[in-house]
Design a protein around this ligand. Sequence first.
Ligand SMILES: Nc1ncnc2c1ncn2[C@@H]1O[C@H](COP(=O)(O)OP(=O)(O)O)[C@@H](O)[C@H]1O
Ligand SMILES: [Mg+2]
Length: 435
Amino acid sequence: MCVSKNGDMAEQAGDPLFQSHDPIFDRKELLHVGHVPDEDRIVGRDDEIQSVAAEVGAITRGDPPNNVMIYGKTGTGKSLISRHVATRAQTAARDNEIDCGVLYIDCSEANTETRATRQLALSLKDQTGYQENIPLRGVGTMEYYQHIWRILEDCFDAIVVILDEIDKLDNSNILMQLSRAREAQKTDAYIGVIGISNKVKYRETLDERIDSSFGHRELFFHPYDASQLREIMRNREDAFQPDVLEDGTIELCAALAAKKHGDARKAIEILKEAGELARRTGSETVSEGHIQQAQEVAEINRIEELTSGATVHAKLALYALASRIITGDRETHKTREIYERYVDICNMVTTDPITENGLYRQLKEQAFLGVIESEKTGGGRSQGSYLLHRLVTDPKHIIKAVRRDDSLEELPAYDHLTETGHAASNRDVDLSSFS
Ligand SMILES: Nc1ncnc2c1ncn2[C@@H]1O[C@H](COP(=O)(O)OP(=O)(O)O)[C@@H](O)[C@H]1O
Ligand SMILES: [Mg+2]
């Protein structure tokens, strides 16, 4: 065994600066974002596993597979299930003496055809004893394809290629190249493609962009419900020390996540964050209160992410709507009402306001992103109709997310708004009480 001298000493001396025992987590890695759970920790996706296997499974019998596109929101298990099925297909194929490879490309990183083909070629080289040098730069797509075909020809009977987040690819030529490879006599190996996209809309662009050669089935993964999320988390309970998770914490975390998004990744992250919170505050257990707090942090992060590309005016508009909700007594507000508060706020942060119509467009954009909901209301025959806007999340989270923008941190904090709420809800009041 190799233990460094210093390490040994520190352990024996038990330097109190570093706890030798984590009081909250036992196997924290089970909660890491990139962690791939073992087969027996995958829950609630039996039908999906069957469906993906039905499309690519022919490979294991030496027959041509179907290509498949998987659609679904983030955190619905698309990447996990694809990798899982591909790996099982590989093992089953090998049992039948079929040389089957699995290639995984994250197209949010390899987002051009050149990058994607380079990565394909390099990971094929990695998996085989391919001797030829594959240059990292200075060569084009064609050269990478040639390496790919040569390796396939030499080393494989079949291959499953997972193209994750495929909508991030700048063009879909790779789909055509892969699906036509046999026909074009580039290789005899069967190629099965599993394409994954968070955007159902990608279907429409896909239809236009690729020709019928990429014949494929489509599968849709739905968000998890509370009981599935509960099972997914229960199966990772051993990330925590025994008896650290209080009764009801996993149930609460699952219920909150199911209500908001049904995203397993977020549910697991919240559970982990709750553990971190408990540890930071010296608590011996993780309580429902920790889950609530962790959920709040996650929600603020989500809003910040959603609005990261938004203009300062859109953020000020969101802030204006949130502050009206906090200081008033209604959930919904007209564009005009939001605009009035927005103009006041612009004065506070010495920004020139845009027009009411401009603000209206910013609000529409936020409705599109899912931060607010806008609904047309008839104001009676003489008044015409108008839009009413509401926040889809707690206004407190909006205030916090907007104030994370460096240029907007001087805006009043949530606590300040609630304290001065009554005065600020009256527009005629001097806004110094508001700042
Ligand atoms: N059915 C499941 N059982 C266990 N863990 C799951 C399940 N579905 C998703 N997860 C976990 O949730 C996270 C997100 O899953 P992922 O497959 O990356 O979702 P997607 O690709 O749809 O965004 C991963 O950490 C994964 O391990
Ligand atoms: Mg994914």
